[in-house]
Design a protein around this ligand. Structure first.
Ligand code: PLP
Length: 409
C-alpha cells in the first residue's frame, strides 16, 4: 500500500517493464512525461488484435474486419466518454499531439489566420505548440506572441489580460507544462479568450494521465493529446474539437476513407470523424488506447490523484533539503514533472550518472527551448512521476544524486 491507501504494488504488478534491472540495479523509471510504461492489458489488447482479428477497418465484408471495426470504433467511444465529449465523432485519431496541432494549423489555420493576426501562446510551450504556429504565421503574415511567465513558472495573468487584444485570433496553451509540471489555469484563460471571440486550443499531452479532463467544462474549441503519455502505444493521439468548428474545416489530408464520392470531375468528402482520417489508421494503437482507458477507468481516480500529489509533495520536500539542488519552476499547482539543477554540474552528466544506477530521468531542454531561455539555463534534470512510482523511487533518486555529487564535485 502507498501512503495514501492506493494499492500501488497491485498497480506496479500490471507493468511488466518496471520489474527489471538496468545497469545492475532495479529500474527506477522517472521519465513518464516522455512516455509512460504500458500495462499488461494494453500489451494484451495489441497482441490479441494481431493474433486474433488483424484486418483493416470499416471496409471489410468479413467477420474479422467487423471485429476490428467494432474494437476500433469502441475505442473512440471510450475516449469520448473519458474526456466527456458530446459525441464520439468529435474524437479524431491522429499520430499524436504534434500531428493534432499541425492538423489544426493547416486546416483551421489556413482558413482563419490572416496578415496582422496574433496567435497567443505562452513561454512554457512545448515546441509542438510553437513551431506549427510559426510556420502558419510566416505564410500568412501573422505573429506568434508568447505570454510571459512569472519567476515561479506560472503564466503571468496580468500580462495575459493585457495581451488579449482584438488582433488575437487563437489562444494555444499547454494544460500542463512538460518541463516544469505547472498546471495552468486554462479554464479561466479559455473563458477570457472566448468572451472576446478568440478560438482556443489546449495541449493536454501532460494533463490527461494525471487528472480528469472534461472538454465541455474547459470550454475550449480544440483539445489534443497523445496516447503514449496515457499508457497506450506510440503513434496514436487525439484531436478533439467542437462539432461545428470541425464541420467547417476543410480536410487535412486526402486519400481513402475521408471521401464520400470520387470522380475526376470532383470529390465529395465524408462526414466527421472520417473527413480527417485519410488512409489506413493506426488500428493497433487505437485498440491499445481503448485498453488504456479501460485500465484507467478501473482505478480509483481520487486515490490516484492523491497518490501523485503525495509523491510531488515528497519530492519537493526532499529537494528543499538537498544541498546544492536548485528547483526550476515552483508553480502554484504542479503535477507530473519536477525539474532541477545541481549546482556546479551539467544536467546531462547528472542524467548519465543516475542511469548508471538504474534511474531513468530526462535531461536537456525538454523541447521547450524558449522556456529554458526564460530561466537563462541550457536545460534541466527532469524527474517525472506517474501512478506506478513510489516514495522508494524518490529515495533512490536522491541517493543517486548524492553519489553523482561525489563523482562530479
Ligand atoms: N506537448 C507537450 C506538452 C508534450 O509534453 C509533448 C511531448 O512531450 C508534446 C506536445 C508532443 O507530443 P508527441 O511527441 O506525442 O506528439
Amino acid at each position: 500500500m502507498s501512503h495514501d491507501g492506493l494499492n500501488i504494488e497491485a498497480i506496479r504488478a500490471q507493468f511488466p517493464l518496471l520489474h527489471q534491472e538496468v545497469n545492475g540495479a532495479p529500474l527506477v523509471y522517472l521519465d513518464s512525461a516522455a512516455t509512460t510504461q504500458k500495462p499488461q492489458c494494453v500489451i494484451d489488447a495489441v497482441t490479441e488484435y494481431y493474433t486474433g482479428y488483424n484486418s483493416n477497418v470499416h471496409r471489410g465484408a468479413h467477420s474479422l474486419a467487423d471485429k476490428a471495426t467494432i474494437a476500433f470504433e469502441g475505442a473512440r467511444q471510450k475516449v469520448s466518454a473519458f474526456i466527456n465529449s458530446p459525441k464520439p465523432e468529435q474524437v479524431l485519431w491522429t499520430r499524436g499531439t504534434t500531428e493534432a496541432i499541425n492538423l489544426v494549423a493547416h486546416s483551421w489555420g489556413n482558413h482563419n489566420i490572416a496578415a496582422g493576426d496574433i496567435i497567443l501562446v505562452s513561454e512554457l510551450e512545448h515546441h509542438a505548440n510553437i513551431v506549427p504556429w510559426q510556420i502558419l504565421a510566416e505564410q500568412k503574415g501573422a505573429k506568434v506572441v508568447p505570454i510571459p511567465l512569472t519567476e515561479q513558472g506560472d503564466i503571468d495573468q496580468n500580462a495575459f489580460t493585457a495581451l488579449l487584444t482584438s488582433d488575437v485570433k487563437l489562444l494555444a496553451l499547454s494544460h500542463v507544462s512538460n518541463a516544469l509540471g505547472s498546471v495552468n489555469p486554462v479554464k479561466q484563460m479559455v473563458a477570457a479568450a472566448k468572451a472576446k471571440g478568440i478560438t482556443t486550443l489546449l495541449d493536454g499531452a501532460q494533463a490527461v494521465a494525471h487528472f480528469k479532463v472534461d472538454v465541455q467544462a474547459l470550454g475550449c474549441d480544440f483539445y489534443v493529446f497523445s496516447g503514449h503519455k496515457l499508457f497506450a502505444p506510440t503513434g496514436v493521439g487525439v484531436l478533439w474539437g467542437k462539432e461545428a468548428l470541425l464541420n467547417s474545416m476543410p480536410p487535412y489530408q486526402g486519400g481513402g476513407e475521408m471521401i464520400d464520392t470520387v470522380s475526376f470531375e470532383g470529390t465529395t468528402f465524408n462526414g466527421l470523424p472520417f473527413k480527417f482520417e485519410a488512409g489506413t489508421p493506426h488500428i493497433e494503437g487505437v485498440i491499445g488506447l481503448g485498453a488504456a482507458i479501460d485500465f484507467l477507468n478501473s482505478l480509483d481516480n481520487e486515490a490516484v490523484a492523491q497518490h501523485e500529489a503525495d509523491l510531488m509533495d515528497y519530492i519537493i520536500k526532499k529537494a528543499a533539503n538537498f544541498d546544492g539542488l536548485k528547483r526550476i519552476g515552483e508553480a502554484k499547482y504542479q503535477v507530473g514533472a519536477f525539474s532541477f539543477l545541481l549546482e556546479g554540474t551539467h544536467p546531462s552528466d547528472v542524467g548519465m550518472l543516475l542511469d548508471q544506477q538504474g534511474i531513468a530521468v530526462r535531461t536537456g531542454h525538454h523541447c521547450a527551448q524558449p522556456l529554458m531561455s526564460r530561466f537563462n539555463i541550457p536545460g534541466t534534470v527532469r524527474a517525472s512521476l506517474s501512478i506506478y512510482n513510489t516514495r522508494d523511487d524518490i529515495d533512490r533518486l536522491f541517493a543517486g544524486l548524492e553519489k553523482a555529487k561525489l563523482f562530479l564535485l
